[in-house]
Design a protein around this ligand. Sequence first.
Ligand code: NAD
Length: 264
Amino acid sequence: MPGPDAQAVCVVGACGRMGEAVRRALAVEPRLRLAAALEAPGHPELGREIGPGVTLRDDPKAALAGCAVAIDFTLPASTLAALRAAADAGVAYVTGTTGLSAPEREELAALARRVPVLQAANFSLAVNVLVWLAREAARRLGPGYDAEIVELHHAGKRDAPSGTALRLAQAIAEGRGASAAERLVLERAGEPGARPEGAIGVQALRGGDNPGEHTVLFVGRGERLELAHRASTRDHFARGAVRAAAWLVGRPPGLYGLEQLLGL
Ligand code: NAD
């Protein structure tokens, strides 16, 4: 039986769109409880009590003390800063922050040798099934079907294309036995010329308050296959992250993905 500390969660970016959704999801998760909340230095709500006995702080070390696991949806730099403190404190770490650079991803992997880290570009169960479907469709359709990905997100999203779109591109490349990095086409303007064979095109649309849509198209001659996922709220992402946190507590250090949790 986990002791009380094994249930203690620190929410990193607690006042963000996802941070608020995570706090709502924690309120109905019996295996975990909100124990600490971290926000950016200078945030107007710092010092306010945002849960029973939980004060919003800006010091990762103080916020993480006594917690078993952190759940983070922030910015790449703040994810790394809080994860460094979590590694020092032996706190497991769940992160959904997207847009990490290659050196940031390397540092995250190095820190995951000290504590268990679960990273996912998308915590939706259905999106993870979509990734699996995209890989299988690419494998079975072969090179005669051109792969294009279109994503739509709210106007405030900072990174483009979305982490999920890049993951879908990776899955399509895996299905074809190719390298995604060499096949990605992120822009078309002017005279790009004919579509390179095997290209995986990704287009990012932005607007309104949309929590996220992804469509994968396999365009053949005289037919096309479309696989689409549309999110209408952020709540299922938050529920997935909370479920991941409950799963991660007590696991050995390592970098985990949702595939292990979902058995995909
Ligand atoms: P947001 O801007 O609404 O929230 C980010 C929060 O992080 C803000 O409250 C901000 O003040 C806080 N923050 C900034 N610096 C901080 C620091 N140093 N310490 C602590 N907190 C800090 O953004 P959002 O829509 O909630 O998205 C956050 C991230 O999560 C983005 O990278 C987004 O792409 C990603 N996201 C992932 C999933 C998923 O399923 N993996 C789903 C939705 C969003």
